[in-house]
Write a protein that binds this ligand. Sequence first.
Ligand code: PLP
Length: 402
Amino acid sequence: MKLNVDAVRACYPALADGYAYLDGAAGTQVPAAVIDAISAVQAAGLGNAGGAFPASARSDAITADCRAAVAALVGGVAGGIVLGPNMTTLTYRMAGAIARDWSPGDEVVVSRLDHDANVRPWVQAAERAGAIVRWAEVDVATGELPVAQYESLIGERTRLVAVTAASNVIGTRPDVPAITALAHGAGALTYVDGVHATPHVPVDVRALGADFYATSAYKWSGPHIGAVIADPALLDSLHPDKLVPSSDEVPHRFELGTLPFASLAGVTAAVTHLASLAAEDDGAPLRARLLASMTAVERHEQETFGVLIAGLDSMPRVQTYGRAASRTATAYFTVAGRTPQEVAEHLASRKINVWNGHNYAWELTGVLGIRDSGSAVRAGLVHYNDAAEVDRLLSAVGELAS
Ligand SMILES: Cc1ncc(COP(=O)(O)O)c(C=O)c1O
């Protein structure tokens, strides 16, 4: 089924303000269904978890539903969904637990394509353990992360390979299954950053070979909640710092303090919304509807992005970054003679929201040689962006670039 973008847009109250929200890579808007779900559970009364009274039981059910929904979105199991405030916090937490038994001479592989949240927690954990950090390099001309280099980067001392499923600035989607297969061949764990990929493509954590997969609901129409998806048995082998009285069960073991139940209800509503984007609720399992919808989302984004990137590339004063064969609908560009900040301000004056700067793609903007000059401008598409918004972006950039 094709995405009906007008119908999708009508679900999002915020889109009525006249701005083109091309800032989805930094956080999407939420549909009314998410807003309603959050306020409905608040209105009904919530208690803390594990109590004997109905309001507490409602909170427990909300948490269970949220785990099931996130599992359906990425192809995991509900018992392996760790919930927390965001991907960065969860990744530091997982790194602390995973690196506990690393020894001097052990190795960890990170990439220069990744957002810093899937780099620094591993680099710092390695430093504490005396482990060696090996870097996978980006092909600057194409923005690809060549797989072949992993054959020499990964060895018998490799404990973990951290890699992104998609770059949050140039959109590159590396061949994660090939990279994780090499890691597993050496007995290493894999930690895949799915924050940027999840809103754009159907995700199957098993097919990716992700021992850990991290995602953030606020990038796919949900509230500000992060999740790490793993096999419950793998989680059970890890022992994060925790309070004595808090549950040692998996996945609770990894969750500090009280969960934000109302937001979790919003996450479930966001997953339900994604499932409805291009699939009727015809009784098919949630996972099947999600796969159908996300396939349609990917097609819509790629079609619209084709126009966006061709338009930018046709402007002589515009330089775009990244030409990967497989990429999300995320453009990263500079305009000659204008700082990225000036470009973003000009676009804001035309009611177009974009980000400027390194966007925490710290290593990548360093190797691209643009980090110290304000990096670039990012304009990304998600399912609710349409061709008219792309036209507006192109004419507004054209005002500066002609
Ligand atoms: C690819 C990627 N990884 C990690 C993060 C960090 O996510 P969070 O804000 O949930 O910590 C982001 C946020 O922009 C991202 O785009």
